[in-house]
Design a binder for this molecule. Structure first.
Ligand SMILES: Cc1cc2nc3c(=O)[nH]c(=O)nc-3n(C[C@H](O)[C@H](O)[C@H](O)COP(=O)(O)O)c2cc1C
Length: 206
């Protein structure tokens, strides 16, 4: 058995355990969340606590650690857009993680071009190859963390990111969040087919 060190969340400082979780739940995709405040200010912020919640209906989720402007806006308006974060925009993604005041738009402060969404009011990032337009489905709070679930009402994918009609990983070129302030890129991509039990070695097929 390999030597292991044990970490008990009940006896560790919550921040220390947060850093540990952040370093081991990796790599994480980054949701570039666009929202519009009740006053009409367009907000853009990266969130790497991000995944798919449901297939049908299509629901995605991200977690706001604390009451970030994104969360406040989405609670107020019920709409947001998740854009994919391509490697070409890594500096811009990081810059939108700056704690700008709510009345300042990250689109303007960082110099990110908007494009209109089709089904919701918050804009898309024009240079991002994917935009998932969402309406708020539900929020779930765990103390200071709030999970925001959004039902996708429209998906827009750049033609240039499609190969044979499907989004291609090399064309999307997404970045990922790792531990602390580390970022990851897509490395070697392996294609491995799932093995059905019928094809499992030794399985008797009558
Ligand atoms: C790559 C990256 C991932 C992040 N992931 C999260 C996250 O999952 N949840 C969160 O609350 N903050 C996350 N942050 C921090 C927020 O982006 C940051 O607090 C930002 O200022 C929030 O903006 P807002 O107040 O305009 O919503 C992340 C920052 C970076 C750079």
């Amino acid at each position: 058995m390999m030597a292991r060190r044990d970490f008990d969340p009940a006896s560790l400082d919550p921040i220390a355990f947060y850093f540990l979780m952040n370093s081991v739940v990796v790599p994480r995709p980054i949701a570039w969340v666009s929202s519009r405040s009740a006053d009409g200010v367009d907000n853009l912020a990266p969130h790497s606590f991000f995944t798919v919640s449901s297939v049908a209906p299509p629901v995605i989720q991200f977690t706001s650690v604390g009451r970030k402007d994104s969360l406040v806006n989405i609670e107020a308006t019920g709409e947001f857009v998740v854009c994919l974060t391509p490697a070409a925009l890594i500096a811009e993604v990081n810059a939108t993680g700056t704690d700008f005041p709510a009345e300042m738009s990250e689109f303007d402060a960082v110099g990110i071009e908007r494009e209109p969404s089709l089904r919701v009011a918050p804009p898309r990032v024009a240079a991002s190859p994917v935009a998932l337009e969402c309406v708020l489905h539900h929020t779930v709070s765990f103390g200071a963390s709030t999970v925001v679930m959004g039902r996708i009402v429209h998906a827009a994918v750049a033609e240039a990111a499609l190969r044979d009609g499907r989004p291609a990983i090399d064309l999307l070129d997404p970045i990922a969040r790792l531990g602390a302030n580390e970022w990851g890129h897509v490395g070697t991509v392996e294609v491995i087919d799932r093995i059905g039990f019928a094809d499992w070695p030794g399985h008797f097929r009558p």
